[in-house]
Design a protein around this ligand. Structure first.
Ligand SMILES: Cc1cc2nc3c(=O)[nH]c(=O)nc-3n(C[C@H](O)[C@H](O)[C@H](O)COP(=O)(O)OP(=O)(O)OC[C@H]3O[C@@H](n4cnc5c(N)ncnc54)[C@H](O)[C@@H]3O)c2cc1C
Length: 464
């Protein structure tokens, strides 16, 4: 699994005076392996990732980020960038290099009159929702509220509101970004517009974003949502019904599906609903699902938007072991559904989850060439999220995931870049960008020709 290895100096190779000078230049902390808080700072969401940076710069602001970039460039250090630390491939942390940790940057400023928010890169979605919902506003964020704003937005940003308000990156108005030469730039439609095009989907390839400006929309505070659960022996009919139902929903209704195990050990198929239109119409919208088949539980109803945003949090706790395979499906044919059901029945861990996130409405009505995120079909984002607690069991769980993925991969076209794991190939990164890849290479050549920012789903500079 651990494919990225450092080719850079270790901390002990630095002169103490060099480290002391760097430390003194920062407003935030500089952590070395012997520091008490080092292990906590290098820990990320996926417990499979156990890397040891030579130095961790815990940045407090854009000037710290500039200092860290300049230090790493001067000393030819591999750089990793940590926002919320959720990336399954563990790209937030490196072996031997400089980890630029943005988690101390926690500022959020909401302008209710202009309906905008300024968000610093260490912020998690739960905090954005808290600050914006106080004014009855929101923007599209992730479906697990302890995911980082930074990594999620820069890769695209799928969430409950995407059919009404587009992806997270569709709501970005501007960013402040430190490029590989240590400069702080603003990128927007008016300023450095090529860079702004690239960061809306192109991930961490072009620099380190120190501030995100988002457009906000009136949402909630009460919406309708929740899950309807069916026994696994009805899985085929339920997924066939889900396929037709999700295809016809209005923008204000989003339907996901999941194959999961309930906390009391019951394998179920779930249709997971969110309604963002007038509250009084929600029951009518949910009726076809509620009336279908013989559900074992109907957990839908009115709830605060923030609660819907946190509905999956407990199923994705920090610090257990993970492996992930993902792809986009434009169709859900019966053969594909059969494979999904067959492999799920043989799953090796009760914590593993198979999810279909349906993408329709506003996020599909964007010209694919408008920004780097270009896969704008009506489609389902499919994820095998394998999770286990005992590190000794890794081979068994990874083996199951790979076999499962091999059986369904032929049905897939394209992938969401943020759902790639460490062993996914460069070809899959290309596939995530479709026709936009060549333009990304041109912009990478301009802003990062030496591939200084390479611990990511890498846009390799060169000829394209
Ligand atoms: C439980 C779970 C649920 C998820 N749900 C969703 C979902 O609903 N929708 C969705 O779209 N995605 C989802 N994802 C995927 C998520 O978008 C990615 O994991 C994303 O990378 C997380 O961002 P982060 O800041 O937390 O991650 P980090 O691991 O901190 O960062 C990931 C990468 O992003 C880049 N990066 C981070 N911060 C910056 C910055 N400020 N400037 C430049 N580059 C930066 C770096 O390359 C870094 O390696 C989910 C992931 C998990 C683990």
């Amino acid at each position: 699994m651990e494919t990225v290895r450092a080719v850079v100096p270790q901390a002990q190779l630095f002169d103490d005076a060099v480290v002391a000078e760097f430390k003194a230049s920062l407003r935030g902390e500089l952590l070395l392996p012997q520091d008490a808080r080092y292990d906590e700072a290098r820990t990320v969401w996926n417990a499979m990732i156990d890397r040891r940076p030579a130095l961790i710069a815990r940045c407090m602001g854009a000037v710290d980020v500039m200092a860290a970039v300049n230090f790493a460039r001067t000393h030819s250090l591999l750089v990793s960038v940590r926002g919320g630390g959720h990336n399954v491939a563990g790209n937030a942390v490196c072996d031997g290099g400089l980890m630029i940790d943005l988690s101390p940057m926690q500022g959020i400023r909401v302008d209710p009159a202009q309906r905008t928010a300024r968000v610093e890169p260490g912020v998690l979605w739960s905090d954005v929702d808290r600050e914006t919902q106080a004014f009855g506003l929101a923007t599209t964020g992730g479906t697990v509220s302890h995911t980082g704003v930074a990594g999620l937005t820069l890769g695209g940003g799928l969430g409950w509101l995407m059919a009404v308000h587009g992806l997270a990156c569709d709501n970005l108005l501007s960013v402040d970004i430190v490029t590989a030469d240590g400069q702080l730039l603003t990128a927007s439609e008016e300023e450095n517009s090529d860079l702004f095009w690239a960061v809306r989907g192109g991930g961490g390839n072009f620099g380190i974003v120190t501030s995100f400006e988002f457009r906000l929309h009136p949402v909630g505070p009460t919406v309708m949502g929740g899950m309807i659960l069916y026994p696994m022996d009805q899985a085929k009919e339920v997924l066939q019904f889900y396929r037709e139902f999700s295809r016809t929903t209005p923008d204000a209704l989003t339907a996901f599906a999941g194959l999961l195990t309930t906390p009391d050990g019951l394998p179920v198929v779930a249709i997971i609903l969110g309604w963002f239109g007038p509250l009084e119409e929600g029951d009518k919208q949910f009726e076809p699902v509620r009336n279908f088949g013989s559900p074992v539980a109907d957990l839908t109803g009115p709830l605060p938007y923030r609660q819907l945003q946190q509905m999956f949090d407990d199923a994705a706790p920090f610090g257990i072991h993970r492996y992930w395979k993902s792809g986009y499906f434009q169709e859900l044919g019966d053969d594909l559904l059969d494979s999904m059901i067959e492999y799920t029945a043989a799953k090796t861990s009760p914590f593993s989850v198979v999810i279909l996130f349906h993408m329709h409405g506003a996020c599909t009505r964007v010209d694919p060439a408008e920004k780097a995120y270009g896969l704008r079909d009506m489609q389902w984002d499919f994820d095998i999220i394998t999770q286990w607690t005992d590190p000794a069991e890794a081979d068994q769980h990874i083996g199951w995931t790979r076999k499962f993925w091999r059986s369904v991969e032929p049905f897939s076209r394209g992938v969401y870049v943020n759902h790639l794991d460490a062993d996914d190939s460069q070809l899959r990164t290309r596939a995530a960008y479709g026709d936009n890849y060549e333009r990304l290479v041109t912009i990478k050549n301009k802003y990062d020709p030496t591939n200084f920012f390479r611990l990511n789903n890498n846009i390799v500079p060169g000829a394209g």
